[in-house]
Design a protein around this ligand. Structure first.
Ligand code: BG6
Length: 483
């Protein structure tokens, strides 16, 4: 087995928002924890803007939290010294040839045997330039031979705008790289409690017999943000909340909640099951969709006055299989709402022949809070402590902040970049998965784009349009109350 060569991480779009807010901080955390070593790794930033190495370092410094001690400041300085900058366009050879020379120079300086080095390209870029950037990488920046080294490409959503454009993009990238080289990131798959879903479902006897249509009445997967599009109106208005959150993040969560048990934990076995459950989703009914747009959204100068783009949506998906027939999966996402929260709420059916019915109580509900403050809790009915025989809703609560005080929960991006370096594709979206995800939402999206389905205005800081709560109630959700 040849020795593994050095690692180059190339962040394309290095001066942009995603790179400074997510990619570089994630790399820094990996460095702080020893997953990236000084004697092995080099980081290259690439973008169009003309900058010096130091300019880029200063540009990102403020986004890297490092603590106040002298030792910690030194770690940050050492990390920043690993970063070099190359400027160039996204569609011409020149910049990529220079980039390749820089990477090769680094590899030679580290005595990497040709063919053993590892090159990780992170595209923190708008998707419009993916095809040209990938072509340039393919032509000018690949490892020349394969002696255990590799070239991997990380791409961010949006992967297209509908089925046709996504398939075009997949075909273009597919001509340049094998599926094993492409890492389609969906950062929700890097969240702690999303990664916990398979363990929870398949390693606990409690859940095995209950996780089906016989016991579960409805499942909600909810994303809320308490801020609007914050200067991203131009991007957002082209995509809307369904493409931004539901078709990817929430649908990925749905897969893990609803899929059958995989044959093993191999990434391909897991992704096979995700595809199957997506293939079982029935066409969305327009009467099971509510769209909203918050007041003030169109004040953003980059948003057209006539925009019908939803900033809020509730969409019910129905899975046609033995486990889930008749159980609505309610996907709900909104910006500028009353809180910031992402959670899964599994609501169980009423108790048959309930002898406590007259004593006001709610249904059992199992809640997995992805953020903030990761937690899982189960709403149960118990006897209200005291002399009277009355019942009350209470909670069995596993709050991560209390239970795992000594463990720092890693950021999603940190984990996913480490997976890429390790070559583990489990938490990345496979091409066929992406295709079915677009098949599910494309007819609805075309309807919205054609203005056939209107958005309902809602007040910023509210729960969204009331019609969404009505839809929820119609789908069978019963509001339960705790203490
Ligand atoms: C991104 C969306 O994918 O996810 C943003 O483009 C959204 O609009 C963000 O704000 C939310 O991520 P998180 O991890 O903060 O829930």
């Amino acid at each position: 087995v040849p020795e593994i060569g050095c690692l180059s991480i190339i962040v394309l779009g290095a001066s942009g928002d995603l790179a400074k807010k997510k990619t570089f901080p994630a790399l820094f955390h990996l460095y702080q924890q020893g997953f990236l070593q000084d004697n092995d790794v080099h980081i290259f930033g690439y973008a169009r803007t003309k900058l010096s190495d130091d300019d880029l370092r200063e540009h990102i410094r403020g986004y890297l939290s490092h603590g106040a001690s002298k030792e910690k400041r030194e770690v940050l300085s050492r990390f920043l010294q690993l970063i070099k900058y190359v400027s160039g366009t996204y569609d011409h050879a020149d910049g990529f040839q220079i980039l390749n020379n820089e990477i090769s120079g680094h590899e030679i300086s580290k005595d990497s045997q040709p063919g053993t080095s590892r090159r990780l390209f992170y595209l923190a870029l708008p998707p419009s330039v993916y095809p040209s950037v990938c072509e340039m990488i393919r032509r000018y920046c690949m490892n020349q031979s394969d002696l255990g080294g590799w070239t991997r490409i990380v791409v961010e959503k949006p992967f297209g705008k509908d089925l046709t454009s996504a398939e075009d993009l997949s075909a273009q990238l597919g001509q340049l790289f094998d599926e094993q080289q492409l890492y389609r990131i969906d950062h929700y798959l890097g969240k702690e409690l999303v990664q916990n879903l398979l363990v929870l479902r398949f390693a606990n006897r409690f859940f095995l017999p209950l996780w089906n249509r016989d016991n579960i009445d409805n499942i909600q997967i909810v994303f809320r943000e308490d801020f609007g599009t914050k200067g991203r109106g131009g991007y957002f208005d082209e995509y809307g909340i369904i493409r931004d959150i539901i078709q990817n993040h929430l649908l990925q969560v749905l897969c893990l909640v609803a899929m059958e048990k995989p044959v093993s934990l191999k990434p391909e076995h897991i992704r096979d099951e995700k595809v199957k459950v997506l293939q079982s989703v029935l066409p969305i009914k327009l009467e099971e969709v509510v769209l909203g747009q918050y007041d003030g959204y169109k004040d953003d100068p980059t948003v057209a006055d006539s925009s019908n783009t939803p900033t809020f949506a509730t969409v019910i998906l129905r899975i046609h299989n033995e486990r889930w027939e008749g159980v609505p999966f309610i996907l709900k996402a909104g910006k500028a709402l009353n809180s910031r929260k992402a959670e899964i709420r599994v609501q169980f059916k009423d108790v048959p022949g309930d002898i406590f019915k007259s004593k006001r109580q709610g249904r059992n509900e199992f809640v997995i809070r992805l953020q903030p403050s990761e937690a899982m809790y189960m709403k149960l009915t118990v006897k209200k402590p005291g002399l009277e025989m009355s019942t009350i809703q209470s909670e069995l609560d596993l709050s991560y902040g209390l239970r795992y005080q000594e463990i720092k929960i890693p950021e999603a991006y940190e984990r996913l970049i480490l997976d890429t370096i390790r070559g583990d594709q489990q938490h990345f979206v496979r091409r066929d998965e992406l295709k079915v995800a677009w098949e599910i939402f494309t007819p609805l999206l075309h309807n919205i784009d054609a203005g056939q389905l209107k958005t309902i205005p809602y007040k910023p800081g509210s729960r969204g349009p009331e019609e969404a709560d009505e839809l929820l109630a119609k789908a069978g959700y019963v509001q339960t109350h705790g203490y």
